[in-house]
Design a protein around this ligand. Structure first.
Ligand SMILES: C[S@@+](CC[C@H](N)C(=O)[O-])C[C@H]1O[C@@H](n2cnc3c(N)ncnc32)[C@H](O)[C@@H]1O
Length: 397
Protein backbone atom coordinates (compact mmCIF):
# COMPACT_ATOMS: atom_id res chain seq x y z
CA UNK A 1 0.00 0.00 0.00
CA UNK A 2 1.31 3.46 -0.89
CA UNK A 3 2.04 5.65 2.19
CA UNK A 4 -0.14 8.72 2.61
CA UNK A 5 2.88 10.92 3.21
CA UNK A 6 6.12 9.06 2.49
CA UNK A 7 8.34 11.97 3.60
CA UNK A 8 6.56 12.28 6.95
CA UNK A 9 6.82 8.52 7.44
CA UNK A 10 10.53 8.50 6.54
CA UNK A 11 11.17 11.34 8.99
CA UNK A 12 9.18 9.52 11.69
CA UNK A 13 11.21 6.31 11.14
CA UNK A 14 14.38 8.38 11.37
CA UNK A 15 13.31 10.06 14.58
CA UNK A 16 12.24 6.79 16.18
CA UNK A 17 15.49 5.04 15.29
CA UNK A 18 17.53 7.95 16.67
CA UNK A 19 15.56 7.72 19.92
CA UNK A 20 15.52 3.95 20.39
CA UNK A 21 19.17 3.32 19.42
CA UNK A 22 18.48 1.39 16.19
CA UNK A 23 19.79 4.20 13.93
CA UNK A 24 22.84 3.19 11.85
CA UNK A 25 23.20 5.95 9.27
CA UNK A 26 21.36 8.11 6.79
CA UNK A 27 22.63 8.82 3.29
CA UNK A 28 21.39 11.44 0.82
CA UNK A 29 22.46 10.87 -2.76
CA UNK A 30 21.74 12.04 -6.28
CA UNK A 31 21.98 15.78 -5.74
CA UNK A 32 19.36 17.85 -7.54
CA UNK A 33 21.36 21.02 -6.83
CA UNK A 34 24.67 20.25 -8.56
CA UNK A 35 25.70 23.90 -8.31
CA UNK A 36 26.50 23.54 -4.59
CA UNK A 37 29.07 20.85 -5.41
CA UNK A 38 27.92 18.40 -2.72
CA UNK A 39 27.56 14.94 -4.25
CA UNK A 40 26.47 12.95 -1.24
CA UNK A 41 25.71 13.47 2.43
CA UNK A 42 26.22 10.93 5.20
CA UNK A 43 24.66 11.38 8.63
CA UNK A 44 25.70 9.57 11.79
CA UNK A 45 24.73 10.10 15.41
CA UNK A 46 27.36 11.31 17.87
CA UNK A 47 27.44 12.51 21.43
CA UNK A 48 29.26 15.82 21.91
CA UNK A 49 29.62 17.10 25.45
CA UNK A 50 26.81 14.74 26.42
CA UNK A 51 24.46 16.29 23.84
CA UNK A 52 23.27 14.14 20.91
CA UNK A 53 24.25 15.58 17.54
CA UNK A 54 23.97 14.62 13.91
CA UNK A 55 27.48 14.33 12.48
CA UNK A 56 26.99 15.28 8.85
CA UNK A 57 29.64 14.71 6.18
CA UNK A 58 29.19 16.61 2.91
CA UNK A 59 31.10 14.79 0.22
CA UNK A 60 32.42 17.01 -2.56
CA UNK A 61 34.49 16.02 -5.52
CA UNK A 62 37.64 17.59 -4.08
CA UNK A 63 37.11 17.37 -0.34
CA UNK A 64 34.78 16.40 2.49
CA UNK A 65 33.28 18.92 4.87
CA UNK A 66 32.04 17.76 8.27
CA UNK A 67 29.49 19.51 10.46
CA UNK A 68 27.96 18.58 13.80
CA UNK A 69 24.39 19.75 14.29
CA UNK A 70 22.55 19.37 17.63
CA UNK A 71 19.91 16.67 17.18
CA UNK A 72 16.86 18.90 17.46
CA UNK A 73 18.12 21.42 14.92
CA UNK A 74 19.46 18.53 12.84
CA UNK A 75 15.97 17.10 12.40
CA UNK A 76 14.80 20.45 11.00
CA UNK A 77 17.77 20.53 8.66
CA UNK A 78 17.01 16.97 7.53
CA UNK A 79 13.41 17.86 6.84
CA UNK A 80 14.59 20.71 4.59
CA UNK A 81 16.74 18.22 2.66
CA UNK A 82 13.56 16.30 1.81
CA UNK A 83 12.17 19.27 -0.14
CA UNK A 84 13.60 18.61 -3.58
CA UNK A 85 17.33 18.58 -2.84
CA UNK A 86 18.05 14.88 -3.47
CA UNK A 87 16.91 11.95 -5.60
CA UNK A 88 17.34 9.39 -2.82
CA UNK A 89 17.42 9.20 0.93
CA UNK A 90 18.45 5.97 2.64
CA UNK A 91 17.84 5.37 6.32
CA UNK A 92 19.79 2.44 7.73
CA UNK A 93 18.50 0.97 10.98
CA UNK A 94 19.30 -2.32 12.66
CA UNK A 95 15.74 -3.50 11.94
CA UNK A 96 15.20 -2.39 8.33
CA UNK A 97 16.61 -0.08 5.72
CA UNK A 98 14.21 2.54 4.40
CA UNK A 99 14.64 3.97 0.93
CA UNK A 100 12.88 7.18 -0.02
CA UNK A 101 13.00 7.84 -3.75
CA UNK A 102 12.01 11.13 -5.37
CA UNK A 103 11.07 10.38 -9.00
CA UNK A 104 11.42 13.17 -11.55
CA UNK A 105 7.65 13.29 -11.90
CA UNK A 106 5.21 12.10 -9.32
CA UNK A 107 5.07 11.36 -5.64
CA UNK A 108 8.02 10.26 -3.48
CA UNK A 109 8.09 6.50 -2.88
CA UNK A 110 9.07 4.82 0.35
CA UNK A 111 10.17 1.20 0.43
CA UNK A 112 11.83 -1.01 3.02
CA UNK A 113 14.47 -3.71 2.75
CA UNK A 114 16.41 -6.11 4.92
CA UNK A 115 18.95 -4.13 6.96
CA UNK A 116 22.45 -3.98 5.50
CA UNK A 117 23.89 -3.57 9.02
CA UNK A 118 22.20 -5.23 11.99
CA UNK A 119 24.17 -3.74 14.88
CA UNK A 120 24.08 -0.06 15.72
CA UNK A 121 27.50 1.59 15.74
CA UNK A 122 28.86 2.25 19.24
CA UNK A 123 27.82 5.79 20.08
CA UNK A 124 30.78 7.94 19.14
CA UNK A 125 31.88 10.45 21.69
CA UNK A 126 33.95 13.54 21.16
CA UNK A 127 36.43 12.29 23.73
CA UNK A 128 36.60 9.03 21.82
CA UNK A 129 37.83 10.66 18.65
CA UNK A 130 40.80 9.08 17.00
CA UNK A 131 43.75 9.60 19.30
CA UNK A 132 47.06 9.02 17.60
CA UNK A 133 49.16 9.98 20.59
CA UNK A 134 49.83 6.95 22.75
CA UNK A 135 51.27 6.82 26.26
CA UNK A 136 54.80 6.83 24.83
CA UNK A 137 54.22 10.50 23.95
CA UNK A 138 54.05 11.45 27.64
CA UNK A 139 57.77 12.33 27.78
CA UNK A 140 57.69 15.19 25.27
CA UNK A 141 54.08 16.21 26.08
CA UNK A 142 55.21 16.71 29.69
CA UNK A 143 58.41 18.51 28.67
CA UNK A 144 56.38 20.89 26.49
CA UNK A 145 53.90 21.52 29.32
CA UNK A 146 50.92 19.90 27.62
CA UNK A 147 50.53 17.02 30.09
CA UNK A 148 51.78 15.81 33.45
CA UNK A 149 54.41 13.06 33.52
CA UNK A 150 51.64 10.47 33.94
CA UNK A 151 50.01 11.67 30.73
CA UNK A 152 47.13 13.60 32.32
CA UNK A 153 46.52 16.53 30.00
CA UNK A 154 46.61 19.89 31.78
CA UNK A 155 43.11 21.43 31.61
CA UNK A 156 44.52 24.64 30.14
CA UNK A 157 46.18 22.61 27.36
CA UNK A 158 43.20 20.44 26.47
CA UNK A 159 42.54 22.40 23.24
CA UNK A 160 46.18 22.15 22.24
CA UNK A 161 46.17 18.40 22.91
CA UNK A 162 43.03 18.00 20.82
CA UNK A 163 44.60 20.08 18.07
CA UNK A 164 47.74 17.92 18.06
CA UNK A 165 45.68 14.76 17.69
CA UNK A 166 43.55 16.27 14.96
CA UNK A 167 46.64 17.44 13.13
CA UNK A 168 48.12 13.94 13.24
CA UNK A 169 44.88 12.48 11.98
CA UNK A 170 44.96 14.88 9.01
CA UNK A 171 48.67 14.37 8.39
CA UNK A 172 48.22 10.60 8.29
CA UNK A 173 45.51 10.93 5.60
CA UNK A 174 47.53 13.44 3.58
CA UNK A 175 50.65 11.27 3.65
CA UNK A 176 48.54 8.41 2.44
CA UNK A 177 47.17 10.65 -0.36
CA UNK A 178 50.67 11.45 -1.53
CA UNK A 179 51.71 7.81 -1.64
CA UNK A 180 53.81 7.51 1.51
CA UNK A 181 53.52 4.16 3.29
CA UNK A 182 54.75 3.25 6.80
CA UNK A 183 58.29 1.95 6.73
CA UNK A 184 59.38 4.29 3.95
CA UNK A 185 61.85 7.11 4.59
CA UNK A 186 60.59 10.68 4.55
CA UNK A 187 62.07 14.15 5.11
CA UNK A 188 59.78 16.68 6.71
CA UNK A 189 60.36 20.36 7.49
CA UNK A 190 58.06 22.20 9.88
CA UNK A 191 58.62 25.89 9.09
CA UNK A 192 58.00 28.41 11.88
CA UNK A 193 57.61 25.53 14.32
CA UNK A 194 57.49 27.70 17.47
CA UNK A 195 57.46 25.54 20.62
CA UNK A 196 57.45 22.44 18.44
CA UNK A 197 54.18 20.84 19.53
CA UNK A 198 53.34 19.67 16.06
CA UNK A 199 56.94 18.93 15.10
CA UNK A 200 57.32 16.56 18.05
CA UNK A 201 53.91 15.08 17.25
CA UNK A 202 54.78 14.35 13.61
CA UNK A 203 58.13 12.87 14.64
CA UNK A 204 56.52 10.78 17.39
CA UNK A 205 53.83 9.32 15.18
CA UNK A 206 56.11 8.59 12.24
CA UNK A 207 59.17 7.38 14.11
CA UNK A 208 57.84 5.77 17.25
CA UNK A 209 54.36 4.67 16.22
CA UNK A 210 54.97 3.87 12.56
CA UNK A 211 58.59 2.85 13.08
CA UNK A 212 59.64 4.63 9.90
CA UNK A 213 63.07 6.10 9.09
CA UNK A 214 61.80 9.65 9.01
CA UNK A 215 63.81 12.85 9.50
CA UNK A 216 61.90 15.79 10.93
CA UNK A 217 63.35 19.29 10.99
CA UNK A 218 61.77 22.22 12.80
CA UNK A 219 62.78 25.67 11.55
CA UNK A 220 62.23 28.61 13.87
CA UNK A 221 63.54 32.17 13.96
CA UNK A 222 63.54 32.45 17.77
CA UNK A 223 66.83 31.16 19.16
CA UNK A 224 65.40 30.59 22.67
CA UNK A 225 62.71 28.26 21.32
CA UNK A 226 65.21 26.36 19.19
CA UNK A 227 67.48 25.86 22.17
CA UNK A 228 64.60 24.59 24.27
CA UNK A 229 63.18 22.21 21.66
CA UNK A 230 66.60 20.80 20.78
CA UNK A 231 67.18 20.29 24.53
CA UNK A 232 63.96 18.30 24.88
CA UNK A 233 64.70 16.27 21.74
CA UNK A 234 68.10 15.35 23.20
CA UNK A 235 66.65 14.56 26.61
CA UNK A 236 64.16 12.05 25.23
CA UNK A 237 66.63 10.61 22.72
CA UNK A 238 64.59 11.71 19.72
CA UNK A 239 66.58 10.28 16.86
CA UNK A 240 65.73 11.96 13.56
CA UNK A 241 64.33 15.13 15.13
CA UNK A 242 66.29 18.40 14.90
CA UNK A 243 65.48 22.07 15.34
CA UNK A 244 67.26 24.74 13.36
CA UNK A 245 67.44 28.45 14.03
CA UNK A 246 66.64 30.29 10.81
CA UNK A 247 64.01 32.02 8.77
CA UNK A 248 61.52 30.31 6.55
CA UNK A 249 62.76 32.02 3.41
CA UNK A 250 66.45 31.38 3.98
CA UNK A 251 66.99 28.40 6.29
CA UNK A 252 69.32 25.85 4.76
CA UNK A 253 67.20 22.83 4.17
CA UNK A 254 67.45 20.24 1.47
CA UNK A 255 65.66 17.25 0.04
CA UNK A 256 62.38 17.98 1.69
CA UNK A 257 59.41 15.84 0.69
CA UNK A 258 56.90 17.29 3.11
CA UNK A 259 56.76 20.95 4.06
CA UNK A 260 54.52 22.12 6.87
CA UNK A 261 53.93 25.69 8.07
CA UNK A 262 51.21 26.13 10.64
CA UNK A 263 50.25 29.60 11.76
CA UNK A 264 53.39 31.21 10.40
CA UNK A 265 52.74 34.93 10.53
CA UNK A 266 51.48 36.91 7.55
CA UNK A 267 53.52 36.32 4.39
CA UNK A 268 55.79 33.74 6.12
CA UNK A 269 53.12 31.29 4.92
CA UNK A 270 53.86 32.37 1.34
CA UNK A 271 57.58 32.01 1.87
CA UNK A 272 56.92 28.47 3.05
CA UNK A 273 54.77 27.76 -0.02
CA UNK A 274 57.45 29.18 -2.29
CA UNK A 275 60.14 27.02 -0.75
CA UNK A 276 57.95 23.94 -0.88
CA UNK A 277 57.12 24.45 -4.56
CA UNK A 278 60.74 25.22 -5.44
CA UNK A 279 61.85 21.98 -3.81
CA UNK A 280 58.99 20.13 -5.46
CA UNK A 281 57.84 18.80 -2.10
CA UNK A 282 55.33 15.95 -2.43
CA UNK A 283 53.10 17.51 0.19
CA UNK A 284 52.73 21.11 1.38
CA UNK A 285 50.48 21.85 4.34
CA UNK A 286 49.90 25.38 5.57
CA UNK A 287 47.50 26.88 8.09
CA UNK A 288 47.68 30.64 7.51
CA UNK A 289 47.80 33.03 10.43
CA UNK A 290 47.40 36.79 10.19
CA UNK A 291 46.76 38.26 6.72
CA UNK A 292 48.20 41.71 6.17
CA UNK A 293 49.39 41.91 2.59
CA UNK A 294 46.16 41.88 0.61
CA UNK A 295 43.80 44.00 2.68
CA UNK A 296 45.37 47.42 1.99
CA UNK A 297 45.25 46.64 -1.74
CA UNK A 298 41.74 45.21 -1.82
CA UNK A 299 39.51 47.26 -4.08
CA UNK A 300 35.78 46.97 -3.81
CA UNK A 301 34.20 45.59 -7.00
CA UNK A 302 30.95 47.49 -7.62
CA UNK A 303 28.58 44.68 -6.65
CA UNK A 304 30.47 43.94 -3.45
CA UNK A 305 31.10 47.55 -2.42
CA UNK A 306 27.97 47.99 -0.25
CA UNK A 307 28.95 44.87 1.70
CA UNK A 308 32.70 45.52 1.90
CA UNK A 309 32.18 48.96 3.45
CA UNK A 310 31.71 47.00 6.71
CA UNK A 311 35.20 46.53 8.13
CA UNK A 312 34.63 42.99 9.31
CA UNK A 313 33.36 41.92 5.89
CA UNK A 314 36.32 43.53 4.20
CA UNK A 315 38.68 41.78 6.59
CA UNK A 316 37.08 38.40 5.96
CA UNK A 317 37.08 39.00 2.22
CA UNK A 318 40.78 39.90 2.36
CA UNK A 319 41.50 36.62 4.17
CA UNK A 320 39.33 34.74 1.71
CA UNK A 321 41.15 36.28 -1.26
CA UNK A 322 44.60 35.76 0.31
CA UNK A 323 44.03 32.09 0.99
CA UNK A 324 42.10 31.53 -2.22
CA UNK A 325 45.04 32.94 -4.14
CA UNK A 326 47.44 30.71 -2.21
CA UNK A 327 45.48 27.66 -3.33
CA UNK A 328 45.50 28.95 -6.93
CA UNK A 329 49.25 29.57 -6.88
CA UNK A 330 49.77 26.03 -5.62
CA UNK A 331 47.62 24.71 -8.46
CA UNK A 332 49.69 26.72 -10.93
CA UNK A 333 52.76 25.07 -9.38
CA UNK A 334 51.33 21.63 -10.22
CA UNK A 335 49.62 20.72 -6.96
CA UNK A 336 46.16 19.38 -6.23
CA UNK A 337 44.78 21.43 -3.34
CA UNK A 338 42.23 21.01 -0.59
CA UNK A 339 41.11 23.85 1.65
CA UNK A 340 39.29 22.92 4.86
CA UNK A 341 38.81 23.76 8.53
CA UNK A 342 41.29 21.80 10.52
CA UNK A 343 39.95 22.34 14.00
CA UNK A 344 36.52 23.51 15.00
CA UNK A 345 36.13 27.30 14.87
CA UNK A 346 35.11 27.26 18.53
CA UNK A 347 38.75 26.43 19.42
CA UNK A 348 40.47 28.95 17.14
CA UNK A 349 39.29 31.18 14.28
CA UNK A 350 42.65 30.54 12.58
CA UNK A 351 41.55 27.12 11.54
CA UNK A 352 41.87 27.09 7.78
CA UNK A 353 44.24 24.56 6.30
CA UNK A 354 45.51 24.43 2.74
CA UNK A 355 46.89 21.03 1.79
CA UNK A 356 48.58 20.52 -1.54
CA UNK A 357 49.66 17.19 -2.99
CA UNK A 358 52.07 17.30 -5.93
CA UNK A 359 50.21 16.07 -8.94
CA UNK A 360 51.45 17.26 -12.30
CA UNK A 361 54.05 19.31 -14.11
CA UNK A 362 54.65 22.72 -12.54
CA UNK A 363 53.86 25.97 -14.31
CA UNK A 364 52.44 24.50 -17.49
CA UNK A 365 48.70 24.88 -16.95
CA UNK A 366 47.82 28.18 -18.67
CA UNK A 367 44.28 28.14 -17.29
CA UNK A 368 45.61 27.82 -13.72
CA UNK A 369 47.77 30.88 -14.24
CA UNK A 370 44.91 32.86 -15.73
CA UNK A 371 42.71 32.08 -12.74
CA UNK A 372 45.27 33.84 -10.52
CA UNK A 373 45.42 36.90 -12.77
CA UNK A 374 41.64 37.11 -13.00
CA UNK A 375 41.12 36.98 -9.25
CA UNK A 376 43.87 39.54 -8.63
CA UNK A 377 42.45 41.86 -11.27
CA UNK A 378 38.92 41.52 -9.93
CA UNK A 379 40.05 42.82 -6.54
CA UNK A 380 42.70 45.18 -7.91
CA UNK A 381 45.56 43.34 -6.23
CA UNK A 382 48.88 44.45 -7.65
CA UNK A 383 51.28 42.51 -5.45
CA UNK A 384 51.20 39.13 -3.79
CA UNK A 385 54.18 37.44 -2.14
CA UNK A 386 53.74 34.42 -4.36
CA UNK A 387 54.09 36.50 -7.54
CA UNK A 388 57.64 35.16 -7.68
CA UNK A 389 56.04 31.96 -8.91
CA UNK A 390 54.51 33.87 -11.81
CA UNK A 391 57.95 34.87 -13.02
CA UNK A 392 58.44 31.32 -14.18
CA UNK A 393 58.08 31.50 -17.97
CA UNK A 394 55.16 29.60 -19.41
CA UNK A 395 56.44 26.92 -21.80
CA UNK A 396 55.40 27.25 -25.44
CA UNK A 397 52.41 25.11 -26.35
C1 LIG B 1 52.04 31.31 15.88
S1 LIG B 1 53.54 30.45 16.05
C2 LIG B 1 53.11 28.86 15.44
C3 LIG B 1 54.00 27.78 15.90
C4 LIG B 1 53.70 26.37 15.38
N1 LIG B 1 53.84 26.29 13.95
C5 LIG B 1 52.35 25.90 15.80
O1 LIG B 1 51.42 25.92 14.99
O2 LIG B 1 52.19 25.52 16.98
C6 LIG B 1 54.51 31.13 14.72
C7 LIG B 1 55.97 30.83 14.89
O3 LIG B 1 56.60 31.11 13.66
C8 LIG B 1 57.80 31.79 13.90
N2 LIG B 1 58.06 32.57 12.69
C9 LIG B 1 57.32 33.58 12.16
N3 LIG B 1 57.87 34.03 11.02
C10 LIG B 1 58.96 33.27 10.79
C11 LIG B 1 59.93 33.25 9.76
N4 LIG B 1 59.84 34.08 8.74
N5 LIG B 1 60.92 32.33 9.84
C12 LIG B 1 60.98 31.47 10.89
N6 LIG B 1 60.09 31.46 11.91
C13 LIG B 1 59.08 32.34 11.86
C14 LIG B 1 57.51 32.64 15.13
O4 LIG B 1 58.69 32.97 15.83
C15 LIG B 1 56.61 31.70 15.92
O5 LIG B 1 57.36 30.91 16.81
Amino acid sequence: MQNADPIAEFMAKTETSLQDGTFVRLVLSGSLQPSDGVERVTVRKVQLRQVPHLAVTFKRRTNDVAKNIPLERGMGWLEEQMQGAWKNALLGTTQKDWQLHFPRNGQPQLSSHKPAIVTAPAPKHDRERVRLLDAAANDWLAALGVAEANGRVLPSMADKHRQINRYLEILSHLLDDCGWRPGQPLNIADMGCGKGYLTFAAWHWLRRTKNSPVEVLGVESRADLVEKTNGIAKEIGAEGLTFLEGTIDQARIKDIEVLIALHACNTATDEAIRRGTEMRAKLIVVAPCCHKEVRPQLQHPTVLAPVLRHGVMEERMAEWVTDGLRALYLEWAGYKTKVFEFVSSEHTPKNLMIAAVREGEPFTDHAARERIEELKNFFGIKKHSLDTLLRVPIPEK
